[in-house]
Design a protein around this ligand. Structure first.
Ligand code: ARG
Length: 466
């Protein structure tokens, strides 16, 4: 059978393979809420401008409600022959209400329709992600306040560098999530324009009111250029880029969780509810959720690259290639949501092992910089010279197999005669972190202030205090 939407020009129906490659209904059925909302707004506008009658609009509106409830309830029969959600909805509407349904597509094309639907879907997904990021940040900031004074090793090259506070480390991720949130907010503001009324590509000869449909769908304004409206997907790419960066941040933290839960580190104990066991090794407790956050970041990055690649060679305006925008979006954004939820859940239930962290903070000569700074501050040595003196003292500690604060004073004095016992006071990890009071530094007092500032700025945002 030739297609009932455009059968006029066709004498034969599609080959089975054509139907398979062409149909998007298997995945774009997800857009039904947005599609129906768009159709309702369009019908209301058509009636308001006198393009269709008020009676037809009422029939359409009522019919669309029924279609929506059939889909909601799972009684709707989706058809691949009808290709996509737009034609599935319209065709069922025609079965339900007859003639008026055939007027719905006046001054509209699937090109502006799909562009509208996907923007609405992405907007909702972004709103959910923003709320989730906010509660993730709140959980982190609370933990940071609790652990403002908990000392742990800070790393560069994953080698012990200098002692830091756990609170400071956690707040680093709050800063990242804060930027992620603002990237999504920026993208949302740019995407929230209405393509509806661009029709196939050139606009329409009907006296439509694009301001009206834009407003009804919560868009800030109609898109200014009809060719652009139907053919760009930059907003989707931008949101996927924001998602990829956000996922990358989560993935780095997830990787740290994996490392921290190993017995070699023992900084973190994951709750049973966020771990899994092994089918063969009875002792195992694996941080699977963290590993999966790390793993899902791969597919989120993949979605971004997929859509960039789909779009890169397309001449204006619409090309069917663009149908390929949906699956990456439908996969990546819910995946990111799941990752944020999993990180928030893991962190809410995990236990930080302060003693293990503190012990590790003192290992690896982590306070060598404090010793060098003491030589500069107290003895007036130029920093470069202090660095050398300290390096020689560290070498003595390494040779003797002792931590820095156990190097005998006489041995230190052999490297610089003016060193006094006072130096010992700066060699403990706690003293080290307490001294890092420079703006943005790791001192507990700074961390407390920063955590409180975050909690105050997050208060009242959706998703906080749940
Ligand atoms: N299913 C299509 C898509 O997702 C809808 C637009 C079809 N437009 C067209 N001119 N064939 O892109």
């Amino acid at each position: 059978m030739s297609n009932k939407m455009w059968g006029g020009r066709f004498s034969a129906g599609p080959a089975a393979i054509m139907e398979e490659i062409n149909a998007s209904i298997d995945f774009d059925k997800k857009l039904y809420t947005q599609d129906i909302a768009g159709s309702k707004a369009h019908a209301a506008m058509l009636a308001q401008t006198g393009i269709i009658s008020a009676a037809d609009r009422a029939a359409i509106d009522h019919g669309l409600d029924q279609v929506k409830s059939e889909i909601d309830q799972g009684t709707f029969t989706f058809s691949r022959a009808l290709e996509d959600i737009h034609m599935n909805v319209e065709s069922r509407l025609a079965e339900l209400i007859g003639e008026p349904a055939k007027r719905l597509h006046t001054a509209r094309s699937r090109n502006d329709q799909v562009a509208t639907d996907v923007r609405l879907w992405v907007r909702d997904a972004v709103d959910d992600i923003e709320v989730q990021l906010t509660s993730y940040m709140e959980v982190l900031a609370k933990l940071a306040l609790e652990h403002a004074g908990s000392v742990m090793p800070g790393f560069t090259h994953l080698q012990t560098a200098q002692p830091v506070t756990l609170g400071h480390h956690l707040l680093a991720y709050v800063e990242m999530a804060g930027r992620d949130r603002s990237r999504f907010a920026d993208a949302r503001a740019r995407l929230n324009e209405s393509p509806l009324g661009a029709a196939a590509l050139a606009g329409t000869s009907f006296p439509i009111d694009r301001q009206m449909t834009a407003k009804a769908l919560g868009f800030t304004r109609p898109m200014r250029n009809s060719l652009d409206a139907v053919s760009d997907r930059d907003y989707a790419i931008e949101v996927l880029a924001a998602a990829a960066i956000a996922a990358l941040h989560l993935s780095r933290f997830a990787e740290e969780m994996v490392i921290w839960t190993t017995p070699f580190f023992g900084f973190l104990t994951m709750s049973d509810s966020y771990s899994s066991g092994s089918s063969i090794m009875p002792q195992k407790k694996n941080p699977d959720a963290a590993e999966l956050v790390r793993g899902k970041t791969g597919r989120i990055n993949g979605a971004l690259i997929a859509l960039l690649t789909v779009m890169k060679g397309l001449p204006l305006t619409y090309g069917k290639d663009m149908q390929e925008d949906k699956e990456p979006l439908f996969d990546a954004l819910p995946s990111l949501s799941l990752c944020i939820a999993a990180m928030t859940g893991m962190l809410s239930e995990a236990t930080f092992n302060e003693a293990a962290m503190k012990k590790a903070a003192g290992a690896g000569y982590s306070t060598a910089t404090d010793l060098a700074d003491w030589l500069v501050r107290t003895l007036g040595l130029p920093f470069r010279e202090a660095h050398h003196v300290t390096g020689r003292i560290v070498a003595r500690a390494v040779a003797a197999g002792v931590p820095l604060h156990r190097v005998p004073l006489a041995a230190m004095q052999a490297e610089h005669g003016a060193i006094t016992a006072d130096v010992l006071a700066v060699l403990s990890p706690s003293a080290s972190v307490r001294s890092r009071v420079s703006e943005g530094g790791t001192a507990p007092a700074n961390v407390r202030r920063a955590a409180r500032r975050w909690l105050k700025s997050l208060a009242g945002s959706p998703g906080v205090g749940k």
